[in-house]
Design a protein around this ligand. Structure first.
Ligand SMILES: Nc1ncnc2c1ncn2[C@@H]1O[C@H](COP(=O)(O)OP(=O)(O)O)[C@@H](O)[C@H]1O
Ligand SMILES: [Mg+2]
Length: 274
């Protein structure tokens, strides 16, 4: 069953100053995308290819110029009342900039509790216990709950944002470069965490990134964007390789830059150990 579908969506932004003739920059053209229950779809593309814009359209922060975004078959723009609340609960988003995504004057406890208070009307001990459980899920010591965002590292804060997104038990989380600012070992830890949630709870993800290695590790399917168009779409298998030049460039970017030098360094290291 499809959770979210994007059909024939285009998006442009007005450019130019107040007094200049209005021109529009086309950022997305005729995009189709589907995310099924429990599926992890990678949205891969170079910087400026339109990934974040598509992410914002999917979670309803922006409207398309034409085409439609549907949540469980219903046009998102037409959702009202209970239907809208169900959508708000079930589709969550985590952005790259975790510092900008939290109120610096709120303690971690309050940040994670926010959706539980708003959507579930939880309070008291029940609320405390849920917050504690969520922090443990993302491997943050619940003893840190009284800290402010400014007292945490970037990696911790990113996990706080993931905990907040998990709080309403969503069906789908859109992760927009959500692990890009973390160092490699933390990236892998967060990916394992997401993969575990997918297996345990059947959660779906739209995983937005410019890094093919992360797609290989987590995703079932990958959609490649270039210049606001879908240029390639593939199942993620061991033999995954692309044919479109923009996709091939992203593939080559993760290969060792100078394999000959790497091989020589390894030989020197081996000789030193012998
Ligand atoms: N609010 C906006 N107003 C004008 N141009 C925008 C706006 N948001 C994004 N863009 C432009 O749209 C293009 C795609 O941006 P974005 O979706 O952020 O790409 P990506 O996330 O792949 O780097 C870029 O050229 C960017 O400058
Ligand atoms: Mg982006």
């Amino acid at each position: 069953m499809t959770i979210l579908s994007v059909e024939g969506v285009s998006k442009s932004y007005g450019i130019g100053g107040f007094f200049s003739a209005s021109r529009r920059k086309i950022v997305l053209s005729d995009i189709d995308l589907r995310i099924g229950e429990g599926e992890c779809v990678g949205l891969l593309g170079a910087s400026g290819s339109g990934k974040s814009t598509l992410g914002r359209l999917v979670v309803g922060i922006e409207r398309p110029d034409c085409g439609s975004v549907r949540y469980r078959g219903q046009p998102m723009l037409g959702l009202t009342g209970d239907d809208y609340r169900v959508f708000r609960r079930n589709v969550q988003v985590v952005f790259q900039d975790s510092i900008g995504a939290v109120n610096p004057r709120h303690r971690i406890r309050r940040i994670v509790a926010e959706p539980l208070v708003k959507l579930d009307r939880l309070s008291g001990r029940e609320l405390d216990e849920r917050v504690r459980g969520l922090l443990e899920t993302v491997e943050i010591d619940p003893g840190e709950a009284d800290k402010y965002p400014g007292q945490m590292s970037g990696g911790q804060l990113q996990r706080v944002c993931i905990a907040r997104a998990l709080a309403p038990k969503p069906e789908l989380i859109v992760l927009d470069e959500a692990v890009s600012n973390l160092d490699l070992s933390l990236q892998l830890a967060v990916l394992d965490l997401l993969d575990g949630l997918r297996r345990q709870r059947g959660m779906a993800f739209l995983f937005i990134t410019h890094d093919l290695r992360l797609v290989r590790r987590l995703c079932d399917r990958v959609v490649v964007l270039d210049g606001g168009r879908v240029v390639e779409e593939r199942r993620v298998t061991a033999g995954l390789s692309f044919t479109h030049p923009a996709a091939v460039a992203l593939q080559n970017a993760v290969l060792p830059a100078m394999p000959a030098v790497h091989a020589r360094v390894e030989r020197i290291a081996e000789a030193a150990q012998a």
